[in-house]
Design a protein around this ligand. Structure first.
Ligand code: TPP
Ligand code: SF4
Ligand code: MG
Length: 314
């Protein structure tokens, strides 16, 4: 039987309009853009965004254009948390604070370092605001300088790796700051860690955060193509490997208790698989000293597997 026009209209699924429009200036394959699109589409139209300076702000809002389908405000690198507190106060005054979700977005530099004091204040006040950090492990927008989120042994423009065996030659010789623990220490009600490799997990956690009365913090590993020296099609696979090796586990804490983790596969990949495709770690694959350094990165992954119980007991 021939299909009539009417039947076609009825059976064709209606595409859901995205609240994050295509045509922004993010690099092809950017992990942060994928994650950001997932976050705002999960929250929906009743959202107001306060955004820190960084790649996400610069690439999505070149005046007079905006990629955002919701109200969006930028002030300074350091203060979106305080701007969000002001928005909340305004909504309360109008009796609309229960109808609208406030989302703060920042990169790792804006979150772990430069905006940290005001985030701490926002959490201390216990305000009903969701904070999402897109963690590409450096200050990407200004050329990949090291931040408090930069992992140990990563090459950045301010922690350049050399060829020798001194501490200065290994890239960053500081450990990544544990923002998840810092959020928990503030009594943040819902705290989660995600990676761009699992977009459904991001969606589910954002939706859950939206139901929480009080502060929520979600941190998402979001690979940066030029900063990590990777190809545009590698953000997803590397994000998944970050989780599967144990280096960046998927976690969920509700009221301070660890309520959900994603177990690592039984045949857990070694960290070399994650590190090798990334130019920022290429110095680790030169000589015996590199092997010692990789063993130390493996120890970090193994430590996480133990700490969070990521191996399924069979
Ligand atoms: C107070 C202040 N310091 C420095 C800058 C310059 N600056 C703009 S974006 C940026 C990097 C942002 O890094 P991050 O927060 O990690 O976001 P990303 O670009 O990596 O997504 C810097 C240092 C600024 N705008 N304001
Ligand atoms: S520089 Fe990195 S974080 Fe910035 S838009 Fe490009 S890939 Fe994304
Ligand atoms: Mg960054």
């Amino acid at each position: 039987m021939p299909i009539t026009t009417e039947q076609k209209t009825i059976t064709k699924p209606k595409p859901t309009p995205s609240l994050f429009a295509a045509g922004h200036r993010g690099c092809a394959g950017c992990g942060q853009m994928l994650a950001a699109r997932t976050v705002i589409n999960a929250l929906g139209t009743n959202t107001i965004i306060a955004n820190a300076t960084g790649c996400l702000e610069v690439t999505t809002t070149p005046y007079p254009e905006s990629a955002w389908g919701v109200p969006w405000i930028h002030s300074l690198f350091e203060n979106p948390a305080a701007v969000a507190s002001g928005i909340l106060a305004g909504l309360k005054q109008k009796g609309k604070d229960k109808k609208v979700k406030i989302l703060v977005q920042g990169g790792d530099g804006g979150t772990f370092d430069i905006g940290f004091g005001l985030i701490s204040g926002m959490w201390e006040r216990g305000e009903n605001i969701l904070y999402v950090c897109y963690d590409n492990e450096a200050y990407s927008n200004t050329g990949m300088q090291a931040s408090g989120a930069t992992p140990w042994a990563s090459n950045t423009t301010t922690t350049p790796a050399g060829s020798g065996t001194t501490i200065d030659a290994i890239g960053s010789h500081q450990s990544k700051k544990d923002m998840i623990a810092i959020a928990l220490a503030h009594g943040v009600k819902y705290v989660a860690q995600c990676t761009t490799g699992y977009l459904e997990d991001i969606e589910a956690k954002v939706k859950k955060a939206a139901t929480i009365e009080g502060p929520s913090y979600i941190q998402i590993l979001a690979p940066c193509i030029p900063g990590w020296h990777i190809k545009p099609d590698q953000a997803m696979s590397l994000s998944r490997l970050a989780t599967q090796t144990g280096l960046y586990p998927l976690l969920e804490y509700t009221d301070g208790a660890l309520t959900k983790v994603m177990p690592v596969p039984a045949n857990t990949p070694r960290v070399e698989e994650y590190l090798k495709p990334q130019g920022r770690f290429s110095h680790l694959f030169k000589g015996d000293h590199g092997k010692e350094l990789i063993a130390q990165v493996q120890a970090l992954a193994d430590g996480n597997i133990l700490k969070y119980g990521l191996k399924k007991v069979t």
